[in-house]
Design a binder for this molecule. Structure first.
Ligand SMILES: [Zn+2]
Length: 296
């Protein structure tokens, strides 16, 4: 454990149980190993997630009990990552599909007014007092209404945690200002291309061909990758945590198709986009706590 990590706190805000294991998990495991206190905040219970593991599909007893099963999966992933975790208690909005898209289900997370939903996160920030907060970009990283909502409430709560008029200290705890806010950008195009090319160069099949093709049809602007956190030693922990979400992941799927040694050699980092900083830092960075460590 590096001495300068003692006393540092990282909060990762995620939409559903399993998002913490697919976005920034190796980064969290690395910081835990260094002695950073890491808290995952999960906005919803994932009650409307589809069962994506072929071995567990079409089992009515699983579907009937999905909320409890996903809590247990989250408990296992939390233990594997070595993080703390808390629930905000909102209800999964589900991913609307079809044309036209069906309306969102009543009472779901994405239909809660943003300012109201942010209250719960303000409380968490004031209690845990994170130096660094991570969330998704304004597109949600992927267009699930709960991911976009997660972005919105994090933006409001990051500012609101110091606003004692809007969020009185008597009700929400003492004001606290986190120092940096990041967007997860682990699924970035340069990484995907690098892994794709490395597989083809070695005469292997790549799971990323269709994905890259769709990407080039997308009109979305490229994100700025400000921060590359080295975490290759923790990729195996990341994969174990992901597999712990057994209903949500196909253990034989594309996620696990790239051999570990190629991942470590070709792309040993996870990427972030610095969205707000109250400290001086020079970009690109290789540490979410750059500019904070010496003053913490
Ligand atoms: Zn999600």
């Amino acid at each position: 454990m590096s001495e300068s990590s003692a006393g540092l706190r990282l909060m990762a805000v995620h939409a559903h149980p399993d998002d913490e294991s697919s976005k920034g998990a190796a980064t969290m495991a690395r910081y835990v190993d260094e002695g950073v206190d890491v808290l995952v905040v999960t906005c919803t219970g994932g009650e409307r997630g589809s069962i994506l593991n072929p071995a567990l599909k079409d089992r009515p007893e699983i579907e009937a009990d999905i909320a409890r099963i996903r809590r247990e999966e989250m408990d296992r992933a939390r233990a594997i990552l070595g993080v703390r975790q808390s629930w905000l208690g909102f209800v999964d909005s589900g991913l609307p599909e079809g044309d036209p898209l069906p309306p969102l289900p009543e009472g779901c997370f994405a239909l809660v007014p943003v300012e109201d939903a942010a209250l719960a996160l303000v409380r968490q920030i004031r209690e845990f007092r994170p130096h660094v907060v991570t969330t998704y970009d304004e597109n949600g990283g992927y267009p699930h209404p709960d991911h976009i909502m997660t972005h919105k409430i994090t933006m409001v709560a990051f500012e609101g945690a110091t606003d004692t008029e809007k969020y009185p200290e008597s009700e929400f705890g003492p004001a606290f200002q986190p120092q940096k806010l990041y967007y997860n950008q682990g699924f970035n195009r340069p990484r995907t291309e690098a892994l794709h090319n490395a597989l083809l160069d070695r005469g292997m099949e790549s799971p990323y061909g269709d994905w890259l093709k769709r990407w080039s049809e997308f009109e979305r602007a490229e994100r700025t990758l400000t921060t590359h956190v080295p975490c290759a030693d923790f990729f195996e922990i990341r994969d174990k945590a992901l597999i712990a979400h057994a209903t949500q992941i196909d253990p034989d799927g594309g996620w696990f198709k790239v051999p570990m040694e190629i991942q470590r050699e070709v792309w040993p980092t996870e990427e972030y986009e610095l969205a707000k900083s109250l400290v001086d830092t020079s970009l690109p960075e290789d540490d979410l706590f750059a500019g904070i460590r010496d003053n913490a």
